[in-house]
Design a protein around this ligand. Structure first.
Ligand code: SF4
Length: 339
């Protein structure tokens, strides 16, 4: 049984060919999947009942299940999705009241090998990569469930996207071509996998790169992110320069603000010096305590002081709006609770 979601037009044509139908039928099916987000083949009403019955014998719309769905008072929807092998990932739909944008935050791996100390997903270790179809299916599931059209996709869910780059790139191509989501509305985040940042730079894409930096120096970053041992900040800096020079694109720097660890005046100075010659915007994410660890959220005053001192360095700085705080916060939490 083939699953139609995630297939491109030529793959759908292979199915319609095998049923002796024209390429036009494949185009119709493609539109029903990607533009109209149907749940069942029987909803493809411009196909004859006879053809739908034949199609149902060899194909289904999806094989993904919504295991848990949580809706926040701010409109954020968090899903725990289950694949046929029983593995689960989280996918989040974020809506921003003042904008028409609907942003899907997708996962790229089951588990994660990077093991950041503040992250629930990392605790589980790496299980497997998601296929490009499984990545695409996350957005299709949101569209089918809500009836809404996703306008932006960020690869900031579970997993390190650059350690599954081949599938991530293929999924981005499908988002671009099949969902008609512009490349500039696609964001790939990374914990700093240097060779893959260079590879991405050489592809010269229009998408946005977000780097989870989270620390102003090697020692602090090593405490938070063991990946710093393999790809240290000074080497990372060269890769970021290479990316900006090659693509001309501005990088987004993600910085988790943790009380007394990386939110001090000294930290701002070091961070400003590190990013001085990197074309970037900075996104501050006040830590939201969810796990049993020693990290604490800085006070509102301290967050605003960090922001304004950082702005003095000439960078655009935003504090990330908290989404879905009443349903849960850190990635991996929902899966952890259910399992
Ligand atoms: S924060 Fe991201 S990169 Fe780090 S362990 Fe969690 S999923 Fe992996």
């Amino acid at each position: 049984m083939k699953t139609l979601s995630g297939l491109n037009l030529s793959e759908i044509e292979e199915i319609t060919n095998s049923l002796g139908a024209s390429k036009f039928r494949a185009r119709q099916i493609h539109n029903w999947i990607y533009l109209k987000s149907v749940k069942e083949i029987d909803e493809m009403t411009d196909l004859s009942i006879k053809f739908r019955d034949e199609l149902k014998k060899v194909a289904q719309v999806t094989d993904i299940k919504i295991k848990v769905k949580q809706i926040s008072s701010d409109g954020t929807i968090k899903y725990l999705l289950e694949f046929p092998d029983g593995e689960c990932v989280e996918t989040v739909l974020m809506r921003f009241d003042n904008r028409a944008n609907l942003t899907a935050c997708v996962s790229s791996q089951v588990g994660c090998a990077v093991n950041c100390s503040f992250c629930a997903t990392g605790k589980r270790g790496f299980i497997r990569n998601l296929t490009y179809k499984e990545i695409v299916e996350q957005v299709l599931t949101i569209q089918r469930d809500t009836g809404l059209k996703v306008t932006n996709v960020v690869f900031m869910g579970q997993g390190e996207p650059l350690l599954n780059l081949e599938n991530v790139l293929k999924a981005m191509e499908i988002f671009n071509e099949n969902f008609q989501i512009g490349a500039r509305r696609l964001t790939v985040s990374t914990s700093g996998i240097i060779p893959k940042i260079r590879e991405l730079a050489d592809l010269d894409m229009q998408s946005t790169l977000a780097l989870s930096l989270h620390a102003p120096n090697h020692e602090t970053r090593l405490k938070l992110m063991p990946i710093e041992g393999k790809y240290p900040m000074d080497e990372l800096h060269k890769a970021l320069k290479y990316y900006v020079d090659k693509t001309g694109r501005r990088i987004t720097i993600e910085y988790l603000l943790i009380k007394d660890l990386n939110d001090t005046i000294q930290a701002v100075k070091e961070l400003a010096a590190y990013l001085k010659d990197i074309k970037c915007n900075i996104n501050l994410i006040p830590y939201n305590p969810t796990e049993k660890n020693d990290y604490e959220r800085p006070s509102g005053k301290s967050i605003m002081q960090f922001k304004s001192l950082m702005e003095h360095s000439g960078k655009k700085v935003t504090v990330r709006l908290e989404r879905g705080a009443d349903i849960d916060a850190a990635c991996g939490q929902l899966r952890g609770k259910v399992q």
